[in-house]
Ligand binder design. Structure first.
Ligand code: NAD
Length: 288
């Protein structure tokens, strides 16, 4: 494998596998469907939603974008989710976060049918992941696992250190690594001696949101690094994106590393398509 882990290539592979399997479902008369719900006008969220809908079309997944005004009430949002839960053409429901001020995120996410929860944020799926059941799993950590398996093969017995403990990335990442038989250390903003803990990592996953925080002397020689961070910093020509790991600084120290951009980012959306396909399969096999 190459030292620079190519997320674009890996995601293209996932997408073409998904497209192939969607085609097979279509030949049996079934069509996976994804509903993406966006509330308000946050520009970044608009871009994410547009990309998700475009990617769905590319792999043959039917998709519907529901755009709601910023002043939509929570009751109206819950009513929409309820109708999508009961819509047999829709197998995946994604509510783009963050929600507008004043909405109860937990309440909204818990209202999604867990079988259609393609973001994997419903407590039933979170619990299932922690029990090692086969459930819909958050897309970013699932994408990181795919890159790690491509790079390292079997992960059994390796020491993985995850930096960051968010519900979206850090915690599910730790659960997936444990499931893959790693020894897992989860460190965060209150951890003591974080550099020493990181230096013991065979695999380091950074999901912090601090530009270039992780330097060469945080890593043991030959570590494999997955950089989830996406940070916009000032540059000569305006702004540019960098990860949580100082890529240039650590490059000679590591066995393999994901770049930012072009690493984890493209995998996230590919795994969303995979989840939608998996959700459709689960629902179709239950006769729903
Ligand atoms: P978050 O803000 O919810 O969580 C950050 C975590 O980092 C927290 O658990 C906190 O304890 C920890 N942290 C903060 N400062 C720290 C420090 N100095 N030392 C150690 N730990 C520290 O963020 P998130 O949603 O998990 O996202 C993390 C990063 O990943 C962000 O840059 C985000 O943009 C990016 N992200 C990328 C993708 C993708 O598709 N590539 C998806 C989600 C998030």
């Amino acid at each position: 494998p190459f030292k620079r882990i190519d997320g674009k290539r890996a995601s293209a592979r996932v997408l073409s596998e998904v497209a192939e399997q969607v085609k097979q479902l279509q030949q049996q008369g079934a069509q996976p469907g994804l509903a993406v719900v966006l509330i308000g006008e946050d520009p970044a969220s608009q871009v994410y939603v547009r990309n998700k809908v475009l990617r769905a079309a590319e792999v043959g997944i039917y998709s519907l974008e529901h755009k709601l005004a910023a002043d939509t009430t929570q009751a109206d949002l819950l009513a929409l989710i309820d109708s999508l839960n009961n819509d047999p053409q829709i197998h995946g429901i994604l509510v783009q976060l963050p929600l507008p001020e004043g909405m109860d995120e937990t309440r909204v996410l818990e209202s999604i049918n867990p079988l259609k929860d393609v973001d994997g944020f419903h407590s039933s799926n979170v619990g299932g992941l922690s029990q090692g059941r086969k459930v819909l799993t958050p897309c970013t950590p699932a994408g990181c696992m795919r890159l790690l398996h491509d790079t390292c093969g079997d992960l059994s017995g390796l020491h993985a250190v995850v930096v960051g403990r968010s519900n979206i990335v850090g915690k599910p990442m730790a659960a997936l690594l444990l499931q893959a038989n790693c020894s897992v250390t989860l460190v965060h903003s209150r951890s003591r001696d974080i550099e020493r803990l990181c230096r013991d990592a065979d695999i380091l996953v950074a999901a912090v949101g601090r530009p270039k925080m992780i330097k060469r002397d945080w890593l043991k020689s030959g570590a494999v690094v997955i950089d989830v961070g996406i940070n916009r910093i000032a540059s000569d020509s305006g702004t540019r994106l960098v990860g949580d790991v100082d890529y240039e600084d650590v490059y000679d120290q590591v066995a393999a590393i994901t770049p930012v951009p072009g690493g984890v980012g493209p995998m996230t959306i590919a795994m969303l398509m995979q989840n939608t396909l998996d959700a459709a399969r689960m629902q179709l096999s239950k006769g729903e």
